[in-house]
Ligand binder design. Sequence first.
Ligand SMILES: Cc1ncc(C[n+]2csc(CCOP(=O)(O)OP(=O)(O)O)c2C)c(N)n1
Ligand SMILES: [Mg+2]
Length: 831
Amino acid sequence: EMWTLEEIEKHLRGVYVGKIGYEFMHSPSKTERLWFSHLLESQKLPSPMDKPLLEVDVEKKRRIHELLARSEVLDHFLQAKFPNLKRYGLEGGESMIPALDTLFSSAAQGGIQHIVLAMPHRGRLNLLTDLLQYSPTALFHKIKGGSELPEELGAEGDVLSHLVSSPSLVYEGAQNSVKVSLLPNPSHLEAVNPIALGKTRAKQFSLFKTSPKDCRLGDKVMCVQLHGDASFTGQGVVMESLGLSNLPHFTSGGSVHLVVDNNIGYTTPASGARSSAYCSDIGKAINAPILHVNGDYPEDVTRAMDIAFRYRQYFRKDIIVDLLVYRRWGHNELDLPGITSPIMYEKIATRKSVPELYEHKLLSEGTVTQEHIANVRSRYKSHLESELSKVTSYSSTNAPMLKQQWRGIVWPASTEAKDSVDVNTGVEKDVLKRVGDASVWVPEGFELHPKLARHVKNRLGSLEKEKGLDWATAEALAFGSLMLEGYDVRISGQDVGRGTFSHRHAMLVNQKTEGVVVPLNEALGAEGKLELANSSLSEFAVLGFEYGASWERPTLLPIWEAQFGDFFNGAQVVIDTYISSSETKWLKQSGIVLQLPHGLDGAGPEHSSSRFERMLQLTNDRYTEQESDPTSINMHVVFPTTPAQYFHLLRRQMKRDYRKPLIIVGPKGLLRLAASSSSLADLEPGTRFQPILCDPLANPAKTKRIVLLTGKLYYELIKEREARNLTNEISFIRIEELAPFPFTQLREALESYGGYLNDVELCWVQEEPRNQGAWGHVKERIESVLDDVDLGGRNWLGFKGRKESAVPAPGIGKVYAKQQREVVESVFEGL
Ligand SMILES: Cc1ncc(C[n+]2csc(CCOP(=O)(O)OP(=O)(O)O)c2C)c(N)n1
Ligand SMILES: [Mg+2]
């Protein structure tokens, strides 16, 4: 077919000069560029200048209209009934709803069965009620101060703009319904993105277990992320999360991003919010295509979403739709935007609403009648009225926390949970040996790095001798034994496969080919798999990702390891707003493990402390034995000092019938310390994690001082005790579990001294400065135990250790050594 130049020009204008602006030429992939231009240009256009690319049929137009109109009716209804409500309405951005409707519909037709949806505040109530089947009665109940969760479960709940819903939506032309799970999120904008990604990938891996072999990543599950324009450019986690999108162990088959771009964030106009031309430019960092579409034209919006889905399906990569809209009112409806943006808001005030504009269009086309329009609106308004009238008799029965994949896990506050607090985590010796052997297996012809020969020899030797097991061996035994029981294990973080301290070697690299093997996967024949997810150099997104996976898969042991413990503070938002608080806010359990290498050893202000005082401060640990209840703790904080303790902790995470986040302080200095090694017998049936480790050499009749402490300083002190020949005079009690505080075990440990206790001095020692470490957490709790054993303030020397400091450790070697010496000496003072 031959076209004239004029026809070609007309055609290209029809394709490219419309309500959608396409950015795909920045892609370095010729295939992608051609795919786009082919898709766009190959459409037949009856009248290229003014017709949309794809014809929109009448049914679809009515659907778009209905969604738009209902959104506006809700906003007006809420304004009339609850004039003081901050609803973060969608007025101006209503096209967001048909956009998502089209995406969900295309996805369902494309065989997607699950959508993991992350979104901020804007238009959330509209989306929930309009498309996600959230009951308006439940919404009004919440607005009036009611609980969104069944009250008897004792949750503290969350604000209105964080409500969630997970409906199954049925679309014509789709074989199956599509389940859309809107995730809970904190107010911290964009923090939910990596959680959604982690959950998406984990869901796909769960589904692989029951899918045909040719099922690909992204076939059945898709992540959809909504963003505000200001947050999308401003928040660093956006960049970190986009950065995960194409990485091995992190890709989830491509997200569709929809930026609801109202050109303002609170009072900040675009000019003050970004250094780039578009808020979506951040997407170019990963070469994602970007479609800009005018929100006043809902049909074009749906077309943009259709294209976005096709791209994602074909390439399984991220794509961004920048939905250009406006915000009719202030940031919330009680704000006055004219104070700071008078000109913009004068213009906005004169605009017809998006639903109204669309109604005019449909009327002028003759697609619908005035009566139909009035009907759609009045029907929905009456529906809302009737829902409102049911509020007084409403109470939530919606407790999704033990459904679907969480079936079989018990609720921590239930009586069943109490039975598994101290679950037996020991493993038969022959299984341990089998796992140990498998953990250093390599295939024929595999060339191991010469330095690793010792690693292999030491591991096999310690297993044979049944003692001298180091940290990495205990870890491998925990992983492998769990895998044999059907659990999957995933350890993620920077350089985790080898291990920051070159101790783990859970993956081995062939020196000839750079090919990698994970011996436990190859040689154990276990049902479970070990995933070693060496991550990008991110903390926020990577920890969020693992946390999201933990929501999806209670049978996965998800571990995130910080390179050094203090780097967790780059992910503080995840810890504050998810890990420590999800159970209380949203009734969400998680078995995530954080490994935070810790220990003062002269490395300087950073790399020394994992700042675990911050973790302790986040726990809801009780202050007395009477109130203490391990199942009510929000997260465990432990400082294990032996490989066996670590082994049991990892296994306990899965063997318990409920899930709790676990923060592990250490290991660093103990990884290869012979004095801290364990024997195989410490891992065998009948053994378990000990919240307190008593002094094996204690001699109550002769003891003059009992030193309470936590962590690796213990090994320095027992060495010093031996050197000073004071083994009878001084004994150490290690508090291995800091939260929940082991009141009972500590009391019993002290009571075992019987009458001698009256003549014994007690103190706490730590190498961390006084304002850091465990002291702030343990002080009152130890004192409550001393009251219980009738010691009260008698003989209690309190704190020994470094004085208060602005840094965790000095950077000057001489100063560090002097301070450390003083800490050690202080323990023996006067003996
Ligand atoms: C991390 C974070 N910082 C600050 C805020 C406070 N805040 C809430 S909404 C908002 C503006 C968001 O603008 P935008 O992302 O454009 O969304 P819009 O409200 O315009 O839809 C700000 C600054 C927040 N919620 N989270
Ligand atoms: Mg905005």
